[in-house]
Design a protein around this ligand. Structure first.
Ligand code: GLA
Ligand code: ZN
Length: 670
């Protein structure tokens, strides 16, 4: 098996003459793999009880005959009109309480028994029909599960979910702190979903009771998962072991992918990076790849979608600059992707994605820049062959990612709505990424034994035995770096009483938490490794009372000037760092560099901006090094390894000077 290369292909939208041209182009581009049938429901089932597989048979038959591998989709991402007409309950009720009419996609009510029955029935029929097709390499259930429904069926399912979680109302009332504002529930039937009509005011993040809103998020994530699990079970009745997946959306807040991942056979995700500076975008993609790899304990993942050229859904949609497609694709492989697929192979003629980029645009030509870049990348991927398939990423640094903390932090009234969880994580991630130290982005339940450094920024909620495990991790020699607003609440989002759950480990307590608007900075003086530097702290300023923690940084302004802003406590043979404000990138980089250095984890050429160097280790033990220049100028560095560039055949000895043009990539095999 080689890296899957190709993408979503919807030839049903095109006259058949065009199919010939498509395959000729696919050959030219080295396309190995096609995702079929993602939005096929309307033609597969024109009415309830009426099935018509003729068109999909032709599409699948042609792809098979052309020697392509197939990712076979179930079409539940978009329901046909007859379904909504016959079963209005399959449409969602939104946060404002409005029942939606037929339209759009990704909008079914996860508690609708009719939608469930019909989608599962169709998934089963598809699986039965194509189960013996050896070209199918994966099943792709639905599409980009997300959003939320607040209908009566969901309300009932929520109450069931609560009964299972809490058993008694007493436990539920305690978890939600319902004595506050006289909300004590005396029957499960009194509980309604948290919406604009009930607990919320300014929108989905502003709730009077975090407990109910947090549980609704957990419930909705589980409810959507129920649909996936049911379709997967229907597929498994006919298909023994072909992996079943669905395409995730990276750091997507509404769905807790940690709760989902165990139900998938492989993780796949759609990479549409936010627009930012090239380096910040590259770091954000690296973070997301690492988070997706962390969903299933470091297993390689698939990039199920990326655009070959341009998106259409944003207000302004710049095209990807020359070379950037290959750079981004290699970055995904460098971080663990065993498949890199496009949305989509041929551009839509109409509707809202007619300007979304595709391998073949409306002209159908192969002499376009986008096509040439796709084809040259296809040739390069073919050159690499199967070298990286199944390869792991060796990391000694873990960054904790937790949906519950994300939800709790951003649902919270106070101290500062401008603190965004992923922004805080990104700042710490960028520092380690820039130092070329590989990072696993992992759930809080992960065993920490394999790591030397654990970064837990904005770990608002500390659940289960996590505090004890962090303590043990530090005492046996690890370094923990955590930040403001960490360790504040328990699993129910209630504050810890007496002392903070991490106070003993950190050697301090937080006495007050000041917050300021984004334009206000409190300069923090950092004294690290004999150097004194001044940086901006923003958003949140915790006033610390150190116990036995030593002070590494101090605020320099306001009534808490001179008090601790960054601390380090030695515990056993390790240490626990605390950063009490949102420090700028340079400050976080200094702290993280110092921590990494302490463990000998600074990666190669950590000082060269924009140069990313990372590694994968194949199942046979081959170490493959990726060198990527995300910078806008050439980078010249000495090679840290001996090897041959899989893309150009260039032979490199250890210590040789390498010059990488902007966007250039080397894939060095020993
Ligand atoms: C998503 C969807 C695709 C398509 C692309 C366009 O990722 O899964 O169907 O809409 O976006 O960017
Ligand atoms: Zn619903």
């Amino acid at each position: 098996m080689t890296i899957h290369y190709g993408g979503d292909y919807n030839p049903e939208q095109w006259p058949r003459e065009i199919w010939d041209a498509d395959y000729a182009a696919f050959d030219e581009a080295g396309v190995t793999t096609l995702t079929l049938g993602v939005f096929a429901w309307a033609h597969l089932q024109p009415a309830e009880g009426t099935y018509d597989f003729a068109l999909l048979d032709a599409i699948v038959g042609r792809a098979t005959a052309e020697g392509r591998r197939i990712v076979m989709a179930t079409p539940s991402g978009a329901m046909p009109p007859w379904l909504a007409q016959g079963y209005p309950g399959a449409c969602r009720v939104d946060f404002e309480g409005r029942r939606h009419l037929y339209g759009q996609r990704h909008n079914h009510c996860p508690s609708s028994p009719d939608f469930r029955r019909l989608s599962v029935e169709l998934a089963g029929r598809l699986a039965a029909r194509y189960s013996d097709n050896p070209a199918i390499v994966a099943w792709h259930v639905g599409n980009e599960y997300g959003g939320a429904c607040y209908c009566d069926a969901c309300a009932e399912a929520f109450r069931e979910w609560l009964r299972a979680r809490y058993t008694t109302l007493e436990r539920l009332n305690d978890a939600w702190t319902t004595l506050f504002w006289s909300h004590v529930f005396t029957s499960f039937d009194q509980i309604v979903p948290p919406t604009a009509l009930s607990e919320h005011w300014r929108g989905p993040d502003h709730t009077a009771f975090q407990g109910i809103t947090l549980d609704y998020r957990r419930f909705m994530s589980d409810a959507l998962l129920g649909g996936f699990v049911a379709e997967k079970a229907a597929i498994r009745e006919h298909v023994a072991d072909t992996p079943v997946t669905t395409n995730f959306m990276g750091l997507y807040q509404p769905v807790d992918y940690h709760r989902w991942a165990q139900h998938l056979d492989l993780v796949s995700w759609d990479n549409y990076p936010p627009h930012d500076t090239p380096l910040r975008t590259a770091a954000r993609m690296a973070l997301t790849h690492d988070a997706m790899r962390g969903l299933r304990a470091g297993e390689p993942f698939w990039v199920m979608e990326q655009t070959p050229s341009v998106t259409a859904s944003r207000d302004v949609n710049p095209v990807q600059r020359p070379g950037v497609l290959a750079l981004r694709t290699w970055q995904s492989v460098a971080h663990g992707a065993d498949a890199t697929l496009y949305f989509q192979m041929r551009q839509s003629r109409g509707a809202c994605e007619k300007y979304h980029g595709a391998v073949l645009d409306h002209s159908g030509r192969t002499d376009t820049r986008a096509f040439r870049e796709v084809a040259s990348l296809g040739a390069d991927l073919a050159r690499l062959g199967d070298a990286t398939i199944g390869a792991r990423t060796p990391a000694r640094v873990a960054l904790l990612l937790d949906w519950d903390s994300w939800w709790a932090l951003e649902l919270s009234d106070g101290p500062n709505r401008n603190v965004r969880y992923v922004d805080v994580l990104s700042t710490y991630y960028r520092a380690v990424w820039a130092a070329n130290a590989p990072v696993d982005v992992v759930p809080v339940t992960t065993r920490l034994d394999a790591y030397d450094v654990v970064i837990a920024p904005a770990l608002h909620m500390v659940k289960g035995d996590l505090a004890a495990r962090l303590d043990a991790f530090v005492r046996r020699g690890g370094s923990l770096v955590t930040s403001f607003l960490s360790g504040r609440v328990d699993e129910d989002d209630n504050a810890f009483l007496g002392h903070g759950v991490l106070d003993g480990l950190l050697g301090l307590r937080v006495e007050e938490t000041d917050a300021q608007p984004p334009e206000v900075a409190n300069p923090v003086e950092l004294v690290l490794d004999g150097r004194t530097t001044l940086h901006d702290g923003r958003h949140v300023f915790e006033v610390l009372v150190p116990d036995d923690a030593s002070v590494v940084g101090r605020y320099t302004a306001d009534f808490y000037a001179g008090t601790a802003a960054v601390t380090r406590a030695v515990r056993g043979s390790g240490d626990a760092w605390y950063v009490a404000t949102s420090l700028d990138d340079a400050a976080v980089a200094s702290i993280m560099t110092s921590v990494l250095e302490q463990h000998g984890l600074l990666g190669p050429h950590a000082d060269v901006e924009g140069l990313e160097i990372t590694e994968r280790v194949s199942p046979t033990g081959e170490r493959i090094q990726f060198v990527l220049n995300h910078g806008t100028t050439p980078a010249t560095v000495s090679s840290q390894v001996a090897g041959t560039d899989a893309l150009t055949g260039l032979v490199v000895r250890r210590g040789d000077l390498l010059t990488l043009a902007p966007a250039q990539v080397l894939v060095l095999r020993p």
